[in-house]
Design a protein around this ligand. Sequence first.
Ligand SMILES: O=C(O)CCC(=O)C(=O)O
Length: 290
Amino acid sequence: MNDSYNVNNISRVPVLDDMKSNFWKNGFVIIRNLLSQPEVEKLKNNLEDPESAIMRHSYSQDDGNGRNVKMVLWNHPGSDLTGMINRCQKIVHTCSYLMGGEVYHYHTKLVMKDAKTGGAFQWHQDYGYWYRNGVLFPDLISVQIAIDDMDLENGCLQILPSSHKLGRIDHIRIGEQVTADPERITEIKKVLTQMPVQLTSGDALLFHSNLLHRSDQNQSERRRWAMISCYNRANNNPVKPHHHSQYTPIQVVSPIIAQPSICIFVAHYSNSNKTTKDFLQYVAFVFCPI
Ligand SMILES: O=C(O)CCC(=O)C(=O)O
């Protein structure tokens, strides 16, 4: 672990103290404009290139109801634009602050629900999967950044606030998805109120790994793309090697990524940093032991 890490002396987005208590009370916080409009536009342009390494590694996952979600998954952030975002100070330090200690990048997933065809996700906790990976504590946080506006029509995330307090729920496989025990969900929904998380491009939802969430199919004429980056506490290194990252200190980058100098900044890191993105194949995801 990185001993010099001091969560009280770090730069992060100005998360008010009550945001931290809200995070632990509700299991999530929403940060509007986590990425500025120039930043999110850069990100969109970058991802929309069909020849990019990211798009060449995309695959489809069946939602069990006749539709697919396109995804790309990587473990180590690398040095391209998404890597800069995964490693940028304002995100990494904010996650460390909320989680109370150093975090490392566990993996990132780009989730692409195309217009009219994008599939759904069933109720699940991310720790429902990660528990199986030898991660002992649910000390992980996910940052979902809206690349496109996300609303009810195009299948925004739906959450059950405070559900992180339920602890880990058993998960079962339905189709190609792993979902929280449906009988238990029926009972939980009688006591917790479902909330849609409607985000504008650039906004982010930061949520605890035991927060129950799902999303509907995209019924709209608009695509719904989002990037979810997951960070694990450094002192929660998985006890067995598996298809996601073991503890690897993040080479945090600053200044904020998308200033006019972004090209120079990104090029600098691309040249000087040997870390490359390691994309995961679909097969690794589907056959992970549960
Ligand atoms: O993007 C979504 O709608 C949900 C994605 C999700 O929950 C997941 O990949 O675990």
